[in-house]
Design a binder for this molecule. Structure first.
Ligand code: ADP
Ligand code: MG
Ligand code: MG
Length: 252
């Protein structure tokens, strides 16, 4: 699904990622962990094609294609979805309108028939129930005045409606209370699929109490410094990140 080789990325001429390698297979859930400022969001933004993140070396293959040649909107059409750490508010655009436009753009691209208003409502209301969200949020401007928890749920809702091939969730657990955390975790678990890969970017282990990742990676010194199974997340919770950073520094 995704193969990243020797990725180097600068932001404002400052090197952030410095030789990152990562392979994610279809059907897998990977967790990317690491201390604040280690470049987790940078990686997520590079995958989504966000402006300002300059790839100076390395390559990214997505379903065998050179991802870096695709514009951000092409990446989205090809099935890449990014849930932002800080979801953007879009004043004047109703949530329902954005969701419908996005899902039908993807369907057109796949050569599938567009959903009419009725079919779309059935689909979106089912996902609202899954995310335990109040339907009034459908008719509000996207994320405007949403609470932190509502924004995060809305991100997962977008993912559930769009059914991406590769989903990247950046700190979707931050700022959630325990009930919202469970709802978000259930929403993500419901998206597990043999044809889909999910990358969970998270600073804390607590989301991983509810979603069992296949692989856990630690970002330090601009690369994946350590990889392991789900037990690695628990070890990080106990021991912190300092020892991984120290090891990575020795290797650098
Ligand atoms: P994480 O998500 O792991 O906390 P980030 O990817 O957000 O880390 O940040 C990695 C480093 O890149 C930090 O040192 C941060 O200050 C810097 N950085 C990220 N985005 C920008 C930006 N837009 N302009 C300048 N520096 C940035
Ligand atoms: Mg951060
Ligand atoms: Mg971040």
């Amino acid at each position: 699904m995704l193969e990243i080789r020797n990725l180097h990325v600068t932001v404002d001429d400052k090197p952030i990622l410095r030789g990152l390698d990562l392979t994610v297979m279809a059907g897998e859930v990977h967790a990317i962990m690491g201390p604040n400022g280690s470049g987790k969001s940078t990686l997520a933004h590079v995958l989504a094609g966000r402006e300002g993140y300059v790839v100076t070396a390395g390559e990214i293959l997505y379903l065998g294609k050179n991802l870096l040649e695709l514009a951000p909107e092409e990446r989205a059409r090809e099935g890449i979805f990014l849930a932002f750490q800080y979801p953007v508010e879009i004043p004047g655009v109703a949530n329902i309108y954005l969701l419908k436009a996005a899902v039908n753009a993807v369907r057109r691209h796949r050569g599938e028939q567009e959903l009419d208003a009725m079919d779309f409502l059935v689909l979106v209301k089912e996902k609202f129930r899954l995310m335990d969200m109040d339907e009034s949020l459908l008719y509000r401007a996207v994320n405007e005045g949403f609470s932190g928890g509502e924004k995060k749920r809305n991100e997962i809702l977008q993912m559930a409606v769009l059914e991406p091939r590769l989903a990247i969730l950046d700190e979707t657990d931050s700022g959630l209370d325990i009930d919202a955390l469970k709802v978000v975790a259930n929403g993500v678990e419901a998206m597990r699929d043999p044809d889909r890969a999910i990358i969970l970017v998270t600073h804390y282990q607590r989301l991983l109490d509810h979603i069992r990742p296949d692989r856990v990676h630690v970002l330090a010194q601009g690369r994946i410094a350590l990889s392991g199974g789900p037990e690695l997340a628990q070890e990080l919770e106990r021991r912190g990140y300092g020892w991984v950073e120290a090891e990575a520094q020795k290797m650098a």
